[in-house]
Ligand binder design. Structure first.
Ligand code: PGA
Length: 284
Protein backbone atom coordinates (compact mmCIF):
# COMPACT_ATOMS: atom_id res chain seq x y z
CA UNK A 1 0.00 0.00 0.00
CA UNK A 2 1.32 3.40 -0.89
CA UNK A 3 1.07 6.41 1.37
CA UNK A 4 1.84 9.37 -0.88
CA UNK A 5 2.33 11.74 2.04
CA UNK A 6 4.28 9.23 4.16
CA UNK A 7 3.28 8.39 7.71
CA UNK A 8 3.44 10.58 10.80
CA UNK A 9 3.18 8.88 14.19
CA UNK A 10 2.98 11.20 17.18
CA UNK A 11 2.65 10.02 20.76
CA UNK A 12 0.85 12.40 23.11
CA UNK A 13 1.96 11.69 26.66
CA UNK A 14 -0.42 14.29 28.14
CA UNK A 15 0.31 14.76 31.88
CA UNK A 16 2.41 11.59 32.19
CA UNK A 17 6.09 10.57 32.27
CA UNK A 18 8.48 12.99 33.93
CA UNK A 19 12.12 13.61 32.98
CA UNK A 20 13.48 10.30 34.29
CA UNK A 21 10.68 8.25 32.79
CA UNK A 22 11.16 10.06 29.47
CA UNK A 23 14.86 9.25 29.44
CA UNK A 24 14.15 5.63 30.34
CA UNK A 25 11.44 5.36 27.64
CA UNK A 26 13.86 6.39 24.89
CA UNK A 27 16.49 3.93 26.08
CA UNK A 28 13.88 1.18 26.11
CA UNK A 29 12.82 2.09 22.58
CA UNK A 30 16.46 1.68 21.59
CA UNK A 31 16.61 -1.72 23.35
CA UNK A 32 13.61 -2.82 21.29
CA UNK A 33 15.56 -2.11 18.11
CA UNK A 34 14.25 1.31 17.13
CA UNK A 35 14.89 2.74 14.59
CA UNK A 36 16.71 0.10 12.55
CA UNK A 37 14.17 -2.67 13.16
CA UNK A 38 10.86 -1.14 12.10
CA UNK A 39 12.25 1.60 9.88
CA UNK A 40 14.94 -0.47 8.15
CA UNK A 41 16.12 0.54 4.72
CA UNK A 42 16.92 3.92 3.29
CA UNK A 43 13.69 3.85 1.31
CA UNK A 44 11.65 4.13 4.50
CA UNK A 45 13.57 6.82 6.34
CA UNK A 46 12.13 10.12 5.27
CA UNK A 47 8.74 8.55 4.60
CA UNK A 48 7.99 7.89 8.25
CA UNK A 49 8.14 10.54 10.89
CA UNK A 50 7.95 9.72 14.60
CA UNK A 51 7.43 12.20 17.42
CA UNK A 52 6.65 12.32 21.13
CA UNK A 53 4.75 15.24 22.65
CA UNK A 54 5.93 15.24 26.22
CA UNK A 55 5.18 17.29 29.36
CA UNK A 56 7.10 20.58 29.52
CA UNK A 57 9.35 19.33 32.34
CA UNK A 58 10.38 16.32 30.23
CA UNK A 59 11.32 18.20 27.06
CA UNK A 60 14.95 18.66 27.99
CA UNK A 61 15.65 15.12 29.15
CA UNK A 62 13.75 13.56 26.24
CA UNK A 63 15.76 15.69 23.84
CA UNK A 64 19.03 14.83 25.61
CA UNK A 65 18.27 11.10 25.35
CA UNK A 66 17.57 11.53 21.61
CA UNK A 67 20.84 13.40 21.16
CA UNK A 68 22.65 10.60 23.03
CA UNK A 69 21.13 8.01 20.68
CA UNK A 70 21.85 10.19 17.62
CA UNK A 71 18.12 10.27 16.90
CA UNK A 72 17.74 14.01 17.32
CA UNK A 73 16.55 15.77 14.12
CA UNK A 74 16.60 12.39 12.55
CA UNK A 75 14.62 9.48 13.98
CA UNK A 76 12.62 10.93 16.83
CA UNK A 77 11.23 14.42 17.21
CA UNK A 78 10.33 15.78 20.64
CA UNK A 79 7.54 18.33 20.87
CA UNK A 80 5.47 20.35 23.34
CA UNK A 81 1.76 19.89 24.00
CA UNK A 82 0.85 23.57 23.78
CA UNK A 83 2.37 27.04 23.39
CA UNK A 84 1.05 30.59 23.59
CA UNK A 85 0.64 32.91 20.62
CA UNK A 86 2.49 35.77 22.31
CA UNK A 87 6.24 35.44 22.43
CA UNK A 88 6.70 36.72 26.02
CA UNK A 89 4.82 38.44 28.80
CA UNK A 90 2.51 38.04 31.77
CA UNK A 91 0.94 34.65 30.94
CA UNK A 92 1.48 32.55 34.05
CA UNK A 93 1.77 28.86 33.34
CA UNK A 94 2.21 29.22 29.57
CA UNK A 95 5.12 28.38 27.28
CA UNK A 96 6.19 30.53 24.35
CA UNK A 97 7.87 29.86 21.05
CA UNK A 98 11.15 31.53 22.05
CA UNK A 99 11.26 29.52 25.32
CA UNK A 100 10.85 26.32 23.33
CA UNK A 101 13.39 27.39 20.73
CA UNK A 102 15.89 27.88 23.53
CA UNK A 103 15.55 24.15 24.23
CA UNK A 104 15.81 23.37 20.53
CA UNK A 105 12.17 22.23 20.37
CA UNK A 106 10.52 22.73 16.97
CA UNK A 107 7.21 20.89 17.18
CA UNK A 108 4.04 21.91 19.05
CA UNK A 109 0.57 20.40 19.41
CA UNK A 110 -2.26 22.93 19.31
CA UNK A 111 -5.98 22.86 20.04
CA UNK A 112 -6.19 19.44 21.67
CA UNK A 113 -9.73 18.69 22.83
CA UNK A 114 -8.56 18.52 26.46
CA UNK A 115 -7.23 22.08 26.12
CA UNK A 116 -10.61 23.04 24.66
CA UNK A 117 -12.64 21.16 27.27
CA UNK A 118 -10.77 22.06 30.46
CA UNK A 119 -8.72 25.16 29.72
CA UNK A 120 -10.93 27.37 27.59
CA UNK A 121 -9.17 26.90 24.26
CA UNK A 122 -11.37 27.98 21.34
CA UNK A 123 -11.06 27.78 17.58
CA UNK A 124 -10.10 31.43 17.67
CA UNK A 125 -7.33 31.11 20.27
CA UNK A 126 -6.06 27.86 18.75
CA UNK A 127 -5.95 29.57 15.33
CA UNK A 128 -3.81 32.37 16.77
CA UNK A 129 -1.44 29.86 18.35
CA UNK A 130 -1.22 27.99 15.05
CA UNK A 131 -0.40 31.16 13.08
CA UNK A 132 2.06 32.55 15.59
CA UNK A 133 3.98 29.29 15.94
CA UNK A 134 4.07 28.59 12.20
CA UNK A 135 5.39 32.12 11.65
CA UNK A 136 8.07 31.44 14.27
CA UNK A 137 9.20 28.43 12.25
CA UNK A 138 7.60 25.65 14.30
CA UNK A 139 5.99 22.51 13.01
CA UNK A 140 2.43 22.46 14.32
CA UNK A 141 -0.12 19.68 14.74
CA UNK A 142 -3.57 21.24 14.92
CA UNK A 143 -6.34 19.13 16.51
CA UNK A 144 -10.08 19.24 15.90
CA UNK A 145 -13.02 16.84 16.07
CA UNK A 146 -16.66 16.47 17.01
CA UNK A 147 -18.25 15.43 20.33
CA UNK A 148 -20.48 12.38 20.70
CA UNK A 149 -23.57 14.56 20.76
CA UNK A 150 -22.53 16.31 17.55
CA UNK A 151 -21.98 12.96 15.82
CA UNK A 152 -25.18 11.40 17.11
CA UNK A 153 -27.22 14.37 15.97
CA UNK A 154 -25.75 14.15 12.45
CA UNK A 155 -23.69 17.32 12.80
CA UNK A 156 -20.19 15.87 12.36
CA UNK A 157 -19.29 17.56 9.08
CA UNK A 158 -20.93 20.82 10.10
CA UNK A 159 -18.81 20.79 13.28
CA UNK A 160 -15.55 20.02 11.47
CA UNK A 161 -16.29 22.70 8.92
CA UNK A 162 -16.97 25.26 11.65
CA UNK A 163 -13.83 24.37 13.60
CA UNK A 164 -11.60 24.53 10.54
CA UNK A 165 -13.18 27.70 9.17
CA UNK A 166 -12.98 29.56 12.48
CA UNK A 167 -9.45 28.42 13.30
CA UNK A 168 -8.02 29.22 9.86
CA UNK A 169 -9.84 32.53 9.75
CA UNK A 170 -8.33 33.39 13.13
CA UNK A 171 -4.89 32.26 11.93
CA UNK A 172 -5.00 34.41 8.83
CA UNK A 173 -6.32 37.42 10.79
CA UNK A 174 -3.44 37.03 13.26
CA UNK A 175 -0.93 36.86 10.43
CA UNK A 176 -2.41 39.91 8.69
CA UNK A 177 -2.42 41.90 11.94
CA UNK A 178 1.25 41.06 12.39
CA UNK A 179 2.01 41.97 8.78
CA UNK A 180 3.55 38.55 8.15
CA UNK A 181 1.44 36.50 5.76
CA UNK A 182 1.37 32.75 6.09
CA UNK A 183 3.28 31.47 3.07
CA UNK A 184 3.68 27.98 1.56
CA UNK A 185 6.93 27.62 3.55
CA UNK A 186 4.91 28.01 6.76
CA UNK A 187 1.97 25.83 5.70
CA UNK A 188 4.24 22.92 4.85
CA UNK A 189 4.98 22.68 8.59
CA UNK A 190 1.35 22.12 9.51
CA UNK A 191 -0.27 18.72 10.11
CA UNK A 192 -3.90 18.29 11.13
CA UNK A 193 -5.17 15.75 13.65
CA UNK A 194 -8.79 14.64 13.42
CA UNK A 195 -9.66 13.50 16.93
CA UNK A 196 -13.32 12.70 17.58
CA UNK A 197 -13.80 13.66 21.23
CA UNK A 198 -15.93 10.57 21.89
CA UNK A 199 -13.00 8.34 20.90
CA UNK A 200 -10.30 10.00 23.02
CA UNK A 201 -9.29 7.86 25.99
CA UNK A 202 -12.56 5.92 25.81
CA UNK A 203 -11.42 2.71 24.15
CA UNK A 204 -14.03 3.40 21.45
CA UNK A 205 -12.18 3.99 18.19
CA UNK A 206 -13.75 5.49 15.08
CA UNK A 207 -14.22 2.76 12.51
CA UNK A 208 -11.77 2.93 9.58
CA UNK A 209 -14.72 4.09 7.45
CA UNK A 210 -15.69 6.86 9.89
CA UNK A 211 -12.08 8.03 10.08
CA UNK A 212 -11.62 8.01 6.30
CA UNK A 213 -14.91 9.86 5.79
CA UNK A 214 -13.87 12.66 8.19
CA UNK A 215 -10.38 12.83 6.70
CA UNK A 216 -11.71 13.01 3.14
CA UNK A 217 -14.11 15.74 4.23
CA UNK A 218 -11.20 17.64 5.80
CA UNK A 219 -9.10 17.31 2.67
CA UNK A 220 -12.05 18.51 0.63
CA UNK A 221 -12.39 21.51 2.93
CA UNK A 222 -8.69 22.32 2.47
CA UNK A 223 -9.11 22.08 -1.30
CA UNK A 224 -12.02 24.50 -1.24
CA UNK A 225 -10.33 26.96 1.14
CA UNK A 226 -9.12 30.11 -0.51
CA UNK A 227 -5.53 29.75 -1.75
CA UNK A 228 -3.12 31.04 0.86
CA UNK A 229 -5.70 30.79 3.66
CA UNK A 230 -5.00 27.14 4.50
CA UNK A 231 -2.34 24.54 3.71
CA UNK A 232 -2.45 22.71 0.36
CA UNK A 233 -4.87 19.79 0.33
CA UNK A 234 -2.66 17.37 -1.61
CA UNK A 235 0.35 17.44 0.69
CA UNK A 236 -0.98 18.16 4.18
CA UNK A 237 -0.82 15.17 6.51
CA UNK A 238 -4.02 14.41 8.40
CA UNK A 239 -3.54 12.18 11.44
CA UNK A 240 -6.26 10.23 13.20
CA UNK A 241 -6.42 10.22 17.01
CA UNK A 242 -8.74 8.56 19.51
CA UNK A 243 -8.09 5.18 21.16
CA UNK A 244 -5.53 4.08 18.56
CA UNK A 245 -3.86 0.81 19.58
CA UNK A 246 -1.34 -1.51 17.93
CA UNK A 247 -4.34 -3.75 17.16
CA UNK A 248 -6.51 -1.23 15.31
CA UNK A 249 -3.88 1.05 13.75
CA UNK A 250 -3.34 -0.94 10.58
CA UNK A 251 -7.03 -0.91 9.68
CA UNK A 252 -7.26 2.84 10.35
CA UNK A 253 -4.26 3.48 8.09
CA UNK A 254 -6.06 1.82 5.17
CA UNK A 255 -7.96 5.05 4.58
CA UNK A 256 -6.42 6.94 1.64
CA UNK A 257 -6.60 10.20 3.54
CA UNK A 258 -5.29 8.86 6.87
CA UNK A 259 -1.62 9.82 7.04
CA UNK A 260 -0.75 8.66 10.54
CA UNK A 261 -1.88 8.75 14.13
CA UNK A 262 -1.90 10.94 17.22
CA UNK A 263 -1.76 8.44 20.02
CA UNK A 264 -2.32 8.97 23.74
CA UNK A 265 -2.64 5.91 25.99
CA UNK A 266 -0.86 3.50 23.64
CA UNK A 267 2.17 5.80 23.41
CA UNK A 268 2.96 5.56 27.12
CA UNK A 269 4.63 2.15 26.93
CA UNK A 270 7.69 1.72 24.69
CA UNK A 271 6.51 -1.73 23.59
CA UNK A 272 3.18 -0.54 22.25
CA UNK A 273 4.65 2.65 20.77
CA UNK A 274 7.23 0.48 19.01
CA UNK A 275 4.47 -1.74 17.61
CA UNK A 276 2.63 1.32 16.31
CA UNK A 277 5.78 2.42 14.48
CA UNK A 278 6.20 -1.09 13.05
CA UNK A 279 2.63 -0.99 11.79
CA UNK A 280 3.21 2.41 10.21
CA UNK A 281 6.37 1.18 8.49
CA UNK A 282 4.49 -1.82 7.09
CA UNK A 283 1.79 0.17 5.34
CA UNK A 284 4.03 2.66 3.55
P1 PGA B 1 -5.94 8.28 23.26
O1 PGA B 1 -5.63 9.84 23.17
O2 PGA B 1 -5.10 7.60 22.22
O3 PGA B 1 -5.57 7.89 24.67
O4 PGA B 1 -7.40 8.10 22.99
C1 PGA B 1 -5.43 10.45 21.93
C2 PGA B 1 -5.22 11.94 22.12
O5 PGA B 1 -5.89 12.53 22.98
O6 PGA B 1 -4.38 12.54 21.44
Amino acid sequence: MMKPRGIFIAGNWKMNLGPQAAHHFIHQLDDLGYPSKPVAGAELSGKIKVALLVPAVSLQSAKAACVEKKWWKNHLEIGAQNAHFETAGAFTGELSGPLLHELGIQLVLIGHSERRQYFGETNESAGKRMASLLLQGFQVIFCFGETRLERESGRTQETLERQLTEAFHSASTWATEHKTPLLPTHWKNLALAYEPVWAIGTGITASPEQAQEAHAFTRGWLKAAAPGKAPPSATTQILYGGSVTPENFQALLQGDDVDGGLIGGASLKPESFFKLIETGAQVI
